[in-house]
Structure formats: C-alpha cells, structure tokens
Design a binder for this molecule. Structure first.
Ligand code: ADP
Ligand code: ZN
Ligand code: ZN
Length: 768
C-alpha cells in the first residue's frame, strides 16, 4: 500500500504496540517543503482510500492550514474532508488538480487527533480515511449551525402600539404580541404567539402588515455552560483515599501515565476515580470516561449526578443524531467538560483533554470487530500518550494484557483489596452437573433450587445468569432430526417464544416458527433443545409460582430507560428473581441480592477462542460480584459439567492471580498474545468458489519469514455469514516482528477479484 505516512508511523515503533512509551516512538510532525508549497494541499477524505488526495487551494486564496475541514469534489460527489499534513504527492500536474470547493469555519482537527488517526490506521491496517470517518461521524456538526429566525417589533409596530382609543389600528391580540416583543425582546415566532396567548396566525398577520419583522441570528451552542464541579464527594475509606491520591497525583504531575485501578467488586473503584475526575475538572481539563456500551446504565449516571450535581455529555449508539451533533460541537468548543461514552467517543475532538478513564477495562465490548477492527482500551492508551495525559484503567478482573503490562513496568497499579463498608465477598461453590439428576427440559439442579427457596423465604433476592437470549438455542424435528438453520449463516436459529419467531443471532434473520417441519412436513414435531433465558423463566415460574420474576435481556428491553426501570424495580424489591444475560453482570448494585446462580458456566468455553477461559473467569466473577454487596452475605452457585477445569477451580477458590499466572504460562508457551502477535485475515465472497480462489491467491503470496507462521486458509468457524462464504488465515508472529509491516507487504502484493473482500483483524478477539 502506498500509504507512506502510515508506514513511517508504524516503522518508528518496531513493536508497533499501541501502548508503547510515547517517548520511544515520537511521531514527528512532517516538515513541509516550502518549494513544493505551490498552492496544492493534501486532503484526507472519510472514505476507505489508501492516502490523502491532492487539491488546489481555492482560487485567489492561500492554502488552508492542516486540520481545516474543506469541501471538495470527488467524481460527481461533494465530500467534506480534512486538509492533511505533508507535501502533496502531485501525482497529477497542478493544472489538472481540482480546486477545493469551500473551507468550512469549523474549528480545525487538531494535530493530536490527526496523529491519532494515523496511528490507529497504521496499527489496525485500516485505510486512514476509514479511521478519519470515526472522527467526523456527524457531518452536521461540521456545518455552521442553522441560523435562528426571530421576530422583533418594527418602528411602525411600536408606533401602532402607542396609539390608543377607538381609532387604534391594532386588535387586542396584535397589541399583546407587540407588547410581548417590546418587553421580552425578540424571540421565535411560535414563542411570540405563546407569550401573547394567541395563535401564530396573529404574528404572521403582523409580519405581513410590517408591524413585526423576522430577522436571522447566527445559531448558538446548544449545550449549557459547564456546571460547578467542586462539590465534595463522600468521605473515602483509607484504601480508597490512598488510591485516589495516587490517581490525582499522576494527574498533577502531568504527562502520560497509565494507572490500573485494580479493586475487587464493590470496593468503590467508581468513587475513587470520581476523585481523579473532580481534580482534572477543577484544574480546567476535559475528561473522557469510557464504559462498555451496555453499562452506560442509569445507575452509573445517577451516581455521577449525585456526585457532580449534573449529568455528563453522553456518546453512544442510543444518542440521537441531533444530540451527537450538539455534543460534538460542545466538545470541540470546550463547553462539554466531561463525556461518558462507548468506544467511539475516543475520536471526539477534545481540545483540553486532561484525563481518560476506561472502566471495566477487560470488557470484550471494547474490541470492535466490524469495519475498523480496533481495541478501544489500547487505543485509549495511545490517545493518552499522544495527548501526554494520564489514563486510568479500572477493573476487578484486569485483562491478561494489562496484567502483563503491569509486570513489565509499563503500567502502575493501585489496589483496593476490600469491599466498601465491611461487606464480605460472596462464597462461591461449584455444582457438578454430571452428578445432578435434572429432568429433560429442566435446567436447575436440586442445590440451586433449594438455595433459591431459602433466599426467597428470607425475603432476599436472587439472580439467575444464563448468557443466552431467547427460549432455546436449537429447534429440532423429533421425527426426522432436521435442525432449523439460518439460510444466510452457518448457525442454528434461536427460538424467541415471546415473539413467536426463530431468529439468527448473527445476521438478524427472523421467521415465524413454522407449523410443520420444513423437511418431513410432519406437524407438531418441532421441539426446542437447550435453555435460553425465556425458558429458564418458565422453569422458575413453575417451581416458585409466588415469586415475582423479571427478565433482563437486551432484546426484551426497549432501551437504556427500560433497563433503568428494571434496575429500579430490583432495588425497590418489586422483583424477587432476576433472570438475565450478560447485561445483568455489569455495574449493578442491588443491596438485597444475596444469591447468584450461574446456570451454564461452560457456555463460553466452547470454540477456539484464545481468551475463552479468561473471559469466562471475568464474566462469572463479575456476575458473582453482584451478590451480597451490602450487609447480608452473598453466595454464588455455579453449575458446570467441567468442575475440574482450572477456570472453575480458580473461581471457586477466588484465586484470580493464580488463574492469571497459569493462563499467562499457557499463552507464553504457545507464543500467543500478549507474548506473541496475532492477526486474523478473513476473505469472503458471495459464493464458495470465489472465496476459495481469493484465499488461494493470498496463500501463494504468503510470507515465509523467521518468526512468522501463517495458518490457513481454512473455512472460518462461521463458514457462511450473511450469505458470504468466509475463509480464514491466522498469522502468528514473535513479539519482535513488526506484524503490520509483514501484513502490509503481503497484502500489497495481492490483488483480489472485485467480488472478494478482505478483513484484517489485528489481535482478534472473535474467532468466528
Ligand atoms: P466497584 O466499582 O468497585 O464495584 P462501587 O464504586 O460501585 O464499587 O461501590 C460499591 C458501593 O459502595 C456503591 O454503592 C458505592 O456507592 C458505595 N461506596 C463506595 N465507596 C464509598 C464511599 N467512600 N462512601 C460511601 N459509599 C461508597
Ligand atoms: Zn422433520
Ligand atoms: Zn444468519
């Protein structure tokens, strides 16, 4: 690929590690050659192009500075792009370049964010324009806000208002409008009518008569100015205070640093990093908090508001386009002092960023698998390093990557070993399902049922965790054995009983449950196999008819508000048994919840995912951490068919560090991340032959280098996804290898046929 900037950015760092010390691999600002400074500039477009394109400065104007947003022609289209650093390549003679159409008044994209775009592109091997697109995702924010139209009384109107007596020209309603405009000042037409207590027709009549005129004012920033941040928080425990002090100190010291806030569930990590946020805000800096999407929950926002007296700006997929536009502008203008968001908030144009917090840093949802595949936690560290600011990574179960970075001395660690206010950590026990007799179609073992009964009898609450949406993961014909499969994917259809549909969880395909088996045409032979949360709630209802149960599953909740209402109902004890998927695992604090039952602990261990055990540990530990968070002790029962597995043993023993050490040893032996480098390449095409053809072309050009091994091509585990046939390569390399450079060279030598697509995933998390 001819993208020289991205190449040099990666080449500066042979390890191409996003978390590398920034001092070791500075990205020098390219120095423009003044002789070449004709009036051409490079413009990066938010499109998957390998490099910026050359354009001429608008006629009679100086070349716009790097960072300015400009509108240019690209074929028949008009596209907004960003003037980029560096000398134009002048692939075309100057006279054939197109001029820039318009220079927008939007504040320029700052150098720090431009370097960030380049570095993310270099690391992920995505076209820089595709990364830039994430930094300008709301086009409306780049355009001048639409002017406001307001009404004002004219001289004639004022004069008419002064007239009185029987000869007066104005009706009573018209007089009220003009009086309102004179007293209250100019305002929008509808507002004028409202103030005067009349219809808008009256105001329009006045405009037609020349007694009121409409004027245009420039738009105004929509977000209110910053609130006051300096109200004190709750008194911190000695542990918390010591931890907070270290976070605040690294903020004061300035410069880049990574601190891992490693605290058991319920230890008050949030309260502790709030102290660091308060300090950053007080010193006039902006703050970014990343939360796993799902945990952008009302409980967190409530706590934030209680602590800081106001809500932060929010940035995630449920935020409307209009709110995003306003937020983007408010961030760029420095009006939004704190933003809480999902991973894409990393690309917001903060001018004064002073602190980044990544909560639940181990959460797999930080890894984006579609489009530009990036790990937001790692890119957050990169962003902090480019901005020379501290970053805090908080978790009760830090990722192995983070633990290894602590061991290597790159990250510092502060530790909260105890729960707040003397609450004890829950007791965790395994239930060996090989020994339990559970009837067909039932999924709760006798010990779990008994514990549920005791919990309910004590007036306490229980949580049943099963990470499977729907009623049953497989629907099978009892007569002929036919399994209901997605027509677009290599996947079974999942029955959703509340909606009466069979759904594909990979592509969204859905169909009504058919009355007959589509294969043998017998009726009444299709049966559900295996449990989903909907089926589990049926079982609980049968066993405990008096218990009030509720399901917390993303597809049954209309949005964050519905999730918040459910959480409130739980806190208010209007629910006895909460049944849910992983969205119940994160962040919630339910004081009366004392029993957690994990229905199928082995679910996440299937498949070839290199992080399967680590993730299972993190997820189950997090679920377990919901139990007994206040005065009443909690207990956790884990149903498993593999109780001898190290991950289950470690959970039961509460031996996180032992588990991590064993996991690290296994990965080190296998040369797997974070001890080696890994990338996945997926080629896909609409038919199997084209996919094989493309895979063979890639295979022929595969590198033969020391320290690099290429596995595949092989059909991906999800061999067909959304109708596309997929072939996968895994590329393993030693840590000393610049994997990006190897891949760039390899892929640069292959031209794939038009129908084939290639997706590159550096350090893949998904092995489907
Ligand atoms: P974590 O994020 O480590 O799981 P939280 O920050 O959610 O822990 O704290 C657990 C509970 O303890 C919350 O209800 C929180 O409000 C409370 N808490 C933690 N620290 C304090 C404190 N210093 N003062 C009062 N309440 C606290
Ligand atoms: Zn059949
Ligand atoms: Zn599908």
């Amino acid at each position: 690929m001819p993208d020289s900037r991205a190449n040099s950015a990666a080449a500066a760092d042979p390890a191409a590690d996003p978390a590398a010390d920034p001092a070791a691999d500075p990205v020098a600002d390219p120095v423009a050659d003044p002789a070449a400074a004709v009036s051409a500039v490079r413009v990066m477009l938010p499109l998957p192009l390998p490099e910026p394109l050359d354009y001429l400065a608008p006629e009679g104007m100086a070349a716009p500075e790097p960072g300015r947003f400009v509108r240019v022609a690209l074929g028949p289209r008009r596209v907004i792009g960003v003037v980029w650093d560096g000398t134009p390549g002048l692939d075309l003679p100057c006279e054939r370049l197109k001029p820039i159409g318009e220079i927008l008044a939007t504040p320029p994209l700052r150098p720090e964010l431009r370097r960030f775009v380049e570095r993310v592109a270099a690391y992920t091997l995505a076209p820089p324009g595709a990364v830039l697109r994430m930094a300008m995702s709301v086009e409306a924010a780049l355009l001048p806000p639409p002017p406001r139209r307001v009404c004002a009384a004219t001289e004639a109107g004022r004069a008419a208002l002064a007239e009185s007596g029987p000869g007066a020209r104005l009706t009573a309603a018209r007089r009220r409008v003009i009086a309102a405009l004179c007293d209250g000042g100019a305002c929008a037409l509808a507002e004028a009518a409202r103030r005067a207590g009349c219809g808008t027709g009256v105001v329009r009549g006045l405009i037609a008569a020349g007694d009121v005129c409409e004027v245009r004012l420039p738009g105004e920033p929509a977000l209110p100015p910053p609130a006051c941040w300096d109200q004190p928080g709750p008194p911190l425990s000695p542990d918390q205070a010591a931890a907070a002090q270290r976070l605040v100190a690294s903020g004061r010291a300035g410069g880049f640093s990574v601190t891992v806030l490693d605290g058991v569930t319920g230890s008050g990590k949030t309260e502790t990093y709030f102290a660091a946020i308060a300090a950053a805000l007080t010193s006039g800096r902006q703050v970014l908090v990343l939360l796993p999407e799902i945990a952008l929950g009302a409980q967190w926002l409530d706590r934030f508001r209680r602590r800081f007296g106001t809500l932060p700006a929010q940035w995630h997929s449920d935020v409307s386009q209009t709110a995003r536009r306003d937020t983007w502008r408010a961030v760029a203008a420095g009006h939004a002092r704190i933003v809480v968001g999902a991973r894409s908030a990393l690309f917001l144009p903060f001018p004064e960023l002073g602190l980044i917090v990544v909560d639940e840093e181990h959460d797999p949802s930080y890894k984006q698998d579609e489009g530009v595949s990036y790990q937001a936690r790692d890119m957050a560290v990169l962003r902090a390093s480019l901005a020379h600011i501290p970053i805090v990574l908080a978790s009760a179960t830090p990722s192995l990557e983070t633990v290894v970075n602590i061991a290597r001395g790159r990250y510092q660690r502060v530790h909260l070993p105890r729960r707040h206010a003397e609450a004890a950590l829950p007791q965790i026990a395994l239930i060996d399902m090989r020994r339990e007799r559970v009837a067909a179609g039932r999924f709760l073992s006798a010990p779990l049922v008994e514990a549920l009964g005791q919990t309910l009898a004590a007036g306490e609450q229980a949580l049943l965790f099963l990470n499977r949406r729907g009623y049953a993961p497989l629907t099978l014909c009892r007569a002929c054995g036919h399994r209901m499969q997605c027509p677009n994917c290599t996947a079974w259809l999942v029955e959703h009983r509340f909606t009466g549909r069979l759904m594909c969880h990979h592509c969204g395909y859905g169909a009504a449950v058919p009355p007959l088996c589509p294969e043998c045409l017998t009726s009444g032979t299709l049966v559900p196999c295996g449990p989903g949360v909907e089926r589990l709630s049926e079982e609980v209802a049968v066993r405990f008819p008096a218990a009030r149960t509720a399901l917390m599953v993303s597809d049954l909740l209309s949005g964050p508000r519905a999730a918040a209402e459910l959480a409130d109902a739980m806190v208010a004890r209007r629910i006895d048994v909460l049944i849910g998927t992983q969205i119940v695992a994160k962040g919630h604090h339910f004081p009366m919840l004392t029993l957690v039952g994990v229905v199928d602990a082995d679910l996440g261990l299937a498949g070839g995912d290199l992080r399967a055990a680590e993730r299972t540990y993190q997820l189950l530990h997090q679920v377990a951490g919901r139990a007994g968070r206040e005065t009443r002790p909690g207990r956790v029962l884990i149903q498993t068919y593999m109780p001898e597995q190290p991950v289950m043993q470690a959970l039961a023993a509460g031996d996180r560090d032992g588990f991590l050490a064993a996991e690290a040893a296994a990965r080190r032996a296998g040369g797997l991340p974070p001890f080696g480098r890994l990338a996945a390449l997926i080629v896909s095409a609409g038919d199997p032959d084209s996919a094989d053809f493309a895979a063979r072309a890639l295979s022929r050009a595969a590198p033969h280098l020391p320290g690099v091994s290429v596995l595949g091509p092989a059909p991906a585990p999800l061999a067909v996804l959304r109708g596309r046939h997929r072939r996968r390569f895994l590329v393993k390399a030693e840590r000393s290898v610049n994997l990006q450079a190897v891949l760039r060279d390899w892929l640069g030598r292959v031209r794939l046929a038009g129908a084939a697509r290639l997706q590159v995933d550096i350090d893949p998390y998904s092995f489907t």
